[in-house]
Design a protein around this ligand. Structure first.
Ligand SMILES: Nc1ncnc2c1ncn2[C@@H]1O[C@H](COP(=O)(O)OP(=O)(O)OP(=O)(O)O)[C@@H](O)[C@H]1O
Length: 318
């Protein structure tokens, strides 16, 4: 049985937040000299102990935001603070650590040698304990090059633990892993997060956000478009969208039918998000002149749009 030491709740900082990003803007200039805004006035506050999933389509600005959180790049305007400090200082103090998608490992070293070598940079590090916590202790004699992608990510996780960070940032840590490798990786992280660590992870997988995070932040085009509890996001995703071509007057009546949560119109087609598509279909067929009726599962994008347009771009109050 491993005896984990309890980490002090803070190392002297007074900020109740792990991270605060205020109106952060980051622009890039292409080779042709065209300016592109990757992060566009992003505001985000992460409280200590939260586990936050950072979701967004390709190119939404997740990695750029994470790079600024880790002090790897600076915003053009706005501010980024970790524990009330500039990111570079928080990283230098070992209060924040990262698991990135690739890099940082020497293929010819064994897992054990890698962890012990980097542990020598942290006077208080317990290499053995970190290997156990990350689930790589049994791989200690295996060369890094012989480890699977999932095992290498757990090794990166072990390395991130060496400074005993208060805040762990993961950038798509399970990209390319199969389902069981993803499950093993998250089991290791979840056990550690249970000890009070703040965790933020970027992912494309809603199910990872749903299973692991207690808060989900979605960004698109460099700004936050939805922010709420995993359960509020899940509730928004559940249900179906029934759509049909019908007149405005009838559409208003249908929108008031039982179980209809929201409705939108695109051209002549009206879309109804509902909890009971069967009864809505009966209403449409029996009580209206609707044509071209379609039923579709609700997409993640629709769920996020609904969350924001319902006025529930929720800043979590926990
Ligand atoms: N160094 C750079 N120079 C020019 N453009 C960049 C640079 N880094 C990022 N970008 C652009 O900024 C936008 C945001 O990129 P970013 O990597 O932050 O998105 P992402 O949400 O992490 O995407 P993905 O899910 O695909 O990893 C993209 O359009 C990307 O091409």
């Amino acid at each position: 049985m491993i005896d984990y030491q309890t980490r002090p709740a803070s190392r002297g900082a007074t900020s109740p937040d792990a991270a605060v990003l205020s109106t952060v803007v980051k622009r890039f200039t292409s080779a042709k000299g065209e300016e592109f805004t990757a992060v566009n006035g992003l505001d985000l506050r992460i409280r200590r102990g939260e586990i936050v999933a950072f979701l967004g389509p390709n190119g939404a600005g997740k990695s750029t935001t994470i790079d600024m959180l880790l002090g790897l790049t600076r915003p053009d305007s706005g501010t980024v603070e970790l524990f009330g400090l500039p990111p570079q200082q928080a990283v230098r103090d070992g209060r924040v650590a990262a698991v990135l998608q690739s890099g940082g490992l020497l293929p010819d070293l064994t897992v054990g040698a890698t962890v012990h070598m980097l542990a020598s940079l942290h006077p208080a590090a317990d290499a053995e304990q970190c290997m156990h916590r990350a689930g790589v202790a049994e791989l200690r004699d295996r060369r890094v090059s012989a480890c699977s992608g999932g095992e290498q990510q757990r090794l990166r996780f072990a390395l991130a633990l060496l400074s005993d960070p208060e805040f762990l940032v993961l950038d798509e840590p399970t990209a390319g892993m199969d389902v069981s490798a993803r499950r093993e990786f998250w089991a290791a992280v979840r056990e550690d997060a249970g000890r009070g660590m703040t965790v933020m992870f970027a992912t494309h997988y809603m199910e990872e956000a749903d299973q692991f995070a207690d808060r989900v932040v979605m960004i698109d085009k460099g700004s936050v478009v939805a922010d709420g509890s995993a359960s509020s996001i899940r509730a928004a995703i559940s249900g179906r969208t029934v759509s049909a071509v019908l007149g405005l007057y009838e559409a208003e009546l249908v929108a008031r039918a039982a179980g209809v949560r929201s409705s939108t119109v695109r051209g002549e087609r009206h879309y109804f998000n509902c909890t009971d598509s069967d009864s809505l279909l009966r209403v449409l067929v029996n009580e209206t002149s609707a044509t071209g009726i379609e039923v579709a599962p609700r997409s993640l994008e629709e769920a996020f749009v609904a969350i924001t347009t319902n006025g529930r771009t929720v800043q979590k109050g926990i």
